[in-house]
Design a protein around this ligand. Structure first.
Ligand code: CP
Length: 308
Protein backbone atom coordinates (compact mmCIF):
# COMPACT_ATOMS: atom_id res chain seq x y z
CA UNK A 1 0.00 0.00 0.00
CA UNK A 2 1.93 3.11 -1.19
CA UNK A 3 0.37 5.54 1.29
CA UNK A 4 2.70 8.46 0.66
CA UNK A 5 1.04 9.46 -2.58
CA UNK A 6 2.87 12.75 -2.86
CA UNK A 7 6.38 12.55 -4.26
CA UNK A 8 7.59 14.77 -1.37
CA UNK A 9 7.44 14.95 2.42
CA UNK A 10 7.18 18.67 3.16
CA UNK A 11 5.32 18.74 6.47
CA UNK A 12 3.12 16.87 8.92
CA UNK A 13 0.34 19.39 8.29
CA UNK A 14 -0.34 17.73 4.92
CA UNK A 15 -0.45 14.14 6.26
CA UNK A 16 -3.50 12.27 7.52
CA UNK A 17 -3.48 10.30 10.79
CA UNK A 18 -3.53 7.08 8.75
CA UNK A 19 -0.50 8.16 6.73
CA UNK A 20 1.40 9.01 9.93
CA UNK A 21 0.49 5.65 11.47
CA UNK A 22 1.59 3.84 8.32
CA UNK A 23 4.99 5.55 8.45
CA UNK A 24 5.37 4.57 12.13
CA UNK A 25 4.36 0.96 11.42
CA UNK A 26 6.81 0.79 8.51
CA UNK A 27 9.53 2.21 10.75
CA UNK A 28 8.88 -0.58 13.29
CA UNK A 29 9.78 -3.09 10.57
CA UNK A 30 12.98 -1.20 9.79
CA UNK A 31 13.87 -1.04 13.48
CA UNK A 32 13.83 -4.86 13.47
CA UNK A 33 16.15 -4.82 10.43
CA UNK A 34 18.55 -2.55 12.34
CA UNK A 35 18.81 -5.15 15.13
CA UNK A 36 20.11 -7.83 12.73
CA UNK A 37 23.80 -8.65 12.30
CA UNK A 38 23.56 -7.44 8.70
CA UNK A 39 21.69 -4.16 8.94
CA UNK A 40 21.54 -3.39 5.23
CA UNK A 41 18.73 -4.24 2.78
CA UNK A 42 18.88 -3.93 -1.02
CA UNK A 43 15.49 -2.20 -1.26
CA UNK A 44 16.57 1.07 -2.92
CA UNK A 45 19.71 -0.13 -4.70
CA UNK A 46 20.47 2.10 -7.70
CA UNK A 47 18.76 5.19 -6.25
CA UNK A 48 20.66 8.33 -5.26
CA UNK A 49 20.04 10.48 -2.18
CA UNK A 50 21.54 13.97 -1.85
CA UNK A 51 21.76 15.77 1.50
CA UNK A 52 21.40 19.49 0.72
CA UNK A 53 21.87 21.23 4.08
CA UNK A 54 22.13 25.02 4.13
CA UNK A 55 22.11 24.99 7.96
CA UNK A 56 24.20 22.98 10.44
CA UNK A 57 23.03 19.55 11.57
CA UNK A 58 24.42 16.56 13.45
CA UNK A 59 21.47 14.22 13.98
CA UNK A 60 19.28 14.78 10.92
CA UNK A 61 22.01 14.80 8.27
CA UNK A 62 23.89 11.82 9.71
CA UNK A 63 20.69 9.91 10.24
CA UNK A 64 19.46 10.47 6.66
CA UNK A 65 22.88 9.47 5.33
CA UNK A 66 22.90 6.26 7.32
CA UNK A 67 19.23 5.52 6.54
CA UNK A 68 19.98 5.88 2.82
CA UNK A 69 23.06 3.63 3.11
CA UNK A 70 21.10 0.98 5.04
CA UNK A 71 18.66 0.93 2.08
CA UNK A 72 21.64 0.52 -0.33
CA UNK A 73 21.31 3.87 -2.10
CA UNK A 74 24.24 6.02 -3.20
CA UNK A 75 24.52 9.10 -0.96
CA UNK A 76 26.05 12.50 -1.67
CA UNK A 77 26.54 15.02 1.13
CA UNK A 78 26.48 18.32 -0.74
CA UNK A 79 28.82 20.78 0.96
CA UNK A 80 27.32 24.26 0.67
CA UNK A 81 30.41 26.24 1.85
CA UNK A 82 32.65 24.61 -0.81
CA UNK A 83 30.04 24.68 -3.59
CA UNK A 84 29.24 27.22 -6.32
CA UNK A 85 26.53 28.63 -4.03
CA UNK A 86 29.32 30.88 -2.70
CA UNK A 87 29.84 32.16 -6.28
CA UNK A 88 26.20 33.22 -6.41
CA UNK A 89 24.51 30.18 -8.00
CA UNK A 90 20.83 30.27 -7.10
CA UNK A 91 19.07 27.73 -4.93
CA UNK A 92 16.99 26.38 -7.82
CA UNK A 93 19.97 26.21 -10.22
CA UNK A 94 21.93 24.38 -7.54
CA UNK A 95 19.13 21.87 -7.01
CA UNK A 96 18.56 21.39 -10.76
CA UNK A 97 22.29 20.74 -11.18
CA UNK A 98 22.25 18.09 -8.45
CA UNK A 99 19.15 16.55 -10.04
CA UNK A 100 20.88 16.48 -13.45
CA UNK A 101 23.58 14.35 -11.83
CA UNK A 102 20.92 11.78 -10.99
CA UNK A 103 19.47 12.63 -7.57
CA UNK A 104 16.25 10.73 -6.84
CA UNK A 105 15.80 12.21 -3.36
CA UNK A 106 16.86 15.60 -2.05
CA UNK A 107 16.94 16.06 1.72
CA UNK A 108 16.73 19.82 2.27
CA UNK A 109 17.42 21.97 5.33
CA UNK A 110 17.29 25.76 5.00
CA UNK A 111 16.93 28.78 7.28
CA UNK A 112 14.00 30.12 5.20
CA UNK A 113 10.54 28.63 5.65
CA UNK A 114 9.14 27.27 2.37
CA UNK A 115 12.40 26.42 0.60
CA UNK A 116 11.63 22.66 0.39
CA UNK A 117 8.17 23.51 -1.01
CA UNK A 118 9.74 25.74 -3.70
CA UNK A 119 12.22 23.03 -4.67
CA UNK A 120 9.51 20.36 -4.74
CA UNK A 121 7.61 22.40 -7.34
CA UNK A 122 10.72 22.70 -9.53
CA UNK A 123 12.17 19.18 -9.26
CA UNK A 124 11.29 15.67 -10.45
CA UNK A 125 13.22 14.31 -7.46
CA UNK A 126 11.45 13.64 -4.16
CA UNK A 127 12.10 16.46 -1.69
CA UNK A 128 12.15 15.71 2.03
CA UNK A 129 12.00 18.66 4.42
CA UNK A 130 14.79 18.29 6.99
CA UNK A 131 13.82 21.57 8.67
CA UNK A 132 12.77 24.86 7.04
CA UNK A 133 13.11 28.04 9.07
CA UNK A 134 10.51 28.15 11.82
CA UNK A 135 8.00 26.16 9.77
CA UNK A 136 8.32 22.35 10.06
CA UNK A 137 10.71 19.48 10.76
CA UNK A 138 8.48 16.54 9.85
CA UNK A 139 10.88 13.62 10.37
CA UNK A 140 11.69 14.90 13.88
CA UNK A 141 7.99 14.78 14.81
CA UNK A 142 7.67 11.31 13.28
CA UNK A 143 10.61 9.96 15.29
CA UNK A 144 9.23 11.64 18.41
CA UNK A 145 5.83 10.00 17.87
CA UNK A 146 7.54 6.66 17.19
CA UNK A 147 9.46 6.96 20.48
CA UNK A 148 6.35 7.92 22.48
CA UNK A 149 4.39 5.01 21.00
CA UNK A 150 7.24 2.62 21.74
CA UNK A 151 7.63 3.82 25.34
CA UNK A 152 3.98 4.36 26.24
CA UNK A 153 2.26 1.83 23.96
CA UNK A 154 -0.06 4.48 22.52
CA UNK A 155 -0.29 8.15 21.60
CA UNK A 156 -4.03 8.71 21.88
CA UNK A 157 -4.89 10.28 25.25
CA UNK A 158 -1.29 10.97 26.29
CA UNK A 159 -0.67 14.27 28.07
CA UNK A 160 2.31 15.72 26.20
CA UNK A 161 3.94 18.93 27.43
CA UNK A 162 6.19 20.87 25.05
CA UNK A 163 8.31 23.44 26.88
CA UNK A 164 10.33 26.40 25.67
CA UNK A 165 10.92 28.40 22.54
CA UNK A 166 7.71 27.50 20.71
CA UNK A 167 7.80 30.63 18.55
CA UNK A 168 11.04 29.73 16.77
CA UNK A 169 10.65 25.96 16.82
CA UNK A 170 9.85 23.96 13.68
CA UNK A 171 10.02 20.87 15.91
CA UNK A 172 7.16 22.22 18.05
CA UNK A 173 5.01 22.99 14.98
CA UNK A 174 5.47 19.53 13.46
CA UNK A 175 4.86 17.88 16.83
CA UNK A 176 1.67 19.87 17.42
CA UNK A 177 0.30 18.77 14.03
CA UNK A 178 1.41 15.17 14.53
CA UNK A 179 0.30 14.66 18.14
CA UNK A 180 -3.11 16.35 17.79
CA UNK A 181 -3.83 14.28 14.65
CA UNK A 182 -2.98 11.12 16.65
CA UNK A 183 -5.23 12.10 19.59
CA UNK A 184 -2.70 13.24 22.21
CA UNK A 185 -3.50 16.20 24.49
CA UNK A 186 -0.82 18.83 23.93
CA UNK A 187 0.17 21.56 26.39
CA UNK A 188 2.62 24.31 25.50
CA UNK A 189 4.66 25.90 28.28
CA UNK A 190 7.02 28.87 28.11
CA UNK A 191 7.40 32.63 28.46
CA UNK A 192 4.59 34.64 26.83
CA UNK A 193 7.22 36.18 24.53
CA UNK A 194 8.07 32.76 23.08
CA UNK A 195 4.53 31.41 22.58
CA UNK A 196 2.80 32.87 19.50
CA UNK A 197 -0.60 34.52 19.97
CA UNK A 198 -3.43 32.42 18.65
CA UNK A 199 -1.56 29.10 18.76
CA UNK A 200 -4.36 27.62 20.91
CA UNK A 201 -6.45 27.40 17.75
CA UNK A 202 -4.24 24.45 16.75
CA UNK A 203 -5.96 22.48 19.54
CA UNK A 204 -3.39 22.93 22.31
CA UNK A 205 -3.52 24.40 25.83
CA UNK A 206 -1.09 27.17 26.77
CA UNK A 207 0.58 27.57 30.17
CA UNK A 208 3.04 30.27 31.19
CA UNK A 209 3.69 28.66 34.58
CA UNK A 210 5.98 25.63 34.29
CA UNK A 211 4.82 23.85 37.46
CA UNK A 212 1.17 24.13 36.44
CA UNK A 213 1.90 22.90 32.93
CA UNK A 214 3.92 19.88 34.07
CA UNK A 215 1.37 18.39 36.50
CA UNK A 216 0.29 14.89 35.47
CA UNK A 217 2.24 14.85 32.20
CA UNK A 218 3.07 11.55 30.48
CA UNK A 219 5.72 13.09 28.23
CA UNK A 220 7.81 16.23 28.75
CA UNK A 221 9.48 17.50 25.59
CA UNK A 222 12.06 20.22 26.18
CA UNK A 223 13.06 22.56 23.35
CA UNK A 224 16.30 24.38 22.71
CA UNK A 225 16.33 28.15 23.06
CA UNK A 226 17.16 29.10 19.46
CA UNK A 227 19.55 32.01 19.98
CA UNK A 228 20.34 32.07 16.24
CA UNK A 229 16.71 32.85 15.31
CA UNK A 230 16.03 35.31 18.14
CA UNK A 231 16.67 38.97 18.56
CA UNK A 232 17.42 39.94 22.15
CA UNK A 233 14.87 40.56 24.86
CA UNK A 234 12.57 37.51 24.84
CA UNK A 235 13.66 36.88 28.46
CA UNK A 236 16.00 38.77 30.80
CA UNK A 237 18.82 36.19 31.06
CA UNK A 238 19.51 32.49 30.57
CA UNK A 239 19.78 32.17 34.39
CA UNK A 240 16.28 33.58 34.81
CA UNK A 241 15.01 31.37 31.97
CA UNK A 242 16.41 28.24 33.65
CA UNK A 243 14.95 29.33 36.98
CA UNK A 244 11.43 29.65 35.56
CA UNK A 245 11.26 27.21 32.62
CA UNK A 246 14.27 24.91 32.95
CA UNK A 247 13.58 21.23 33.70
CA UNK A 248 15.18 20.15 36.97
CA UNK A 249 14.58 16.84 38.76
CA UNK A 250 12.43 18.67 41.37
CA UNK A 251 10.18 20.03 38.62
CA UNK A 252 10.11 16.75 36.69
CA UNK A 253 8.65 15.15 39.85
CA UNK A 254 5.40 17.08 39.10
CA UNK A 255 4.85 14.93 36.00
CA UNK A 256 3.56 11.34 36.31
CA UNK A 257 5.92 8.89 38.05
CA UNK A 258 6.51 7.05 34.77
CA UNK A 259 6.76 10.18 32.61
CA UNK A 260 9.52 10.31 30.03
CA UNK A 261 11.62 13.30 29.05
CA UNK A 262 12.46 14.07 25.44
CA UNK A 263 14.60 16.64 23.63
CA UNK A 264 15.16 16.88 19.86
CA UNK A 265 18.75 18.07 20.41
CA UNK A 266 21.08 19.78 20.40
CA UNK A 267 20.61 20.49 24.12
CA UNK A 268 21.68 23.59 26.01
CA UNK A 269 22.45 21.94 29.34
CA UNK A 270 21.79 24.29 32.25
CA UNK A 271 19.55 26.56 30.14
CA UNK A 272 16.48 24.45 29.28
CA UNK A 273 17.39 21.18 31.02
CA UNK A 274 19.65 20.09 33.89
CA UNK A 275 22.18 17.35 33.24
CA UNK A 276 20.74 15.02 35.89
CA UNK A 277 17.39 15.00 34.04
CA UNK A 278 18.96 14.83 30.56
CA UNK A 279 21.09 11.84 31.60
CA UNK A 280 18.54 10.31 34.00
CA UNK A 281 16.71 6.98 33.83
CA UNK A 282 13.58 8.47 32.33
CA UNK A 283 15.38 10.34 29.56
CA UNK A 284 14.79 8.86 26.09
CA UNK A 285 16.85 11.51 24.28
CA UNK A 286 19.37 9.09 22.75
CA UNK A 287 16.61 6.59 21.91
CA UNK A 288 14.98 9.37 19.87
CA UNK A 289 18.20 9.59 17.85
CA UNK A 290 18.29 5.81 17.33
CA UNK A 291 14.64 5.75 16.25
CA UNK A 292 15.28 8.54 13.75
CA UNK A 293 17.22 6.09 11.63
CA UNK A 294 14.32 3.64 11.31
CA UNK A 295 11.83 6.46 10.71
CA UNK A 296 13.96 8.00 7.93
CA UNK A 297 14.39 4.59 6.30
CA UNK A 298 10.60 4.28 6.32
CA UNK A 299 10.10 7.72 4.76
CA UNK A 300 12.61 7.06 1.95
CA UNK A 301 11.09 3.64 1.32
CA UNK A 302 7.49 4.85 1.23
CA UNK A 303 8.29 7.86 -0.98
CA UNK A 304 10.09 5.56 -3.39
CA UNK A 305 6.72 3.89 -3.90
CA UNK A 306 8.06 0.40 -3.30
CA UNK A 307 5.23 -1.88 -2.37
CA UNK A 308 5.62 -3.61 1.01
N1 CP B 1 17.00 17.52 16.02
C1 CP B 1 17.77 18.03 15.03
O1 CP B 1 17.27 18.46 13.98
O2 CP B 1 19.12 17.99 15.28
P1 CP B 1 20.23 18.46 14.26
O3 CP B 1 20.11 19.96 14.10
O4 CP B 1 21.53 18.03 14.88
O5 CP B 1 19.97 17.78 12.94
Amino acid sequence: MPVLNNKDLLGIKELSADEIKHILDTASGFKDVLKRDIKKVPTLRGRTVVNLFFEPSTRTRTSFELAAKRLSTDVINFSVPTSSVVKGETLIDTALTVQALGADFMIVRHSSSGVPHLLAKNLRASVINAGDGTNEHPTQALLDAFTMREKKGRIEGLEVVIVGDIAHSRVAKSNIYCLTKLGAKVRLVGPPTLIPDGIAKLGVDVYYDMDEGLRGADVVMMLRIQMERQGKGFFPSTEEYFGRWGLTSERFALAKKDAIVMHPGPMNRGIEISSDVADGERSVILEQVTNGLAVRMAVLYLLAGVKA
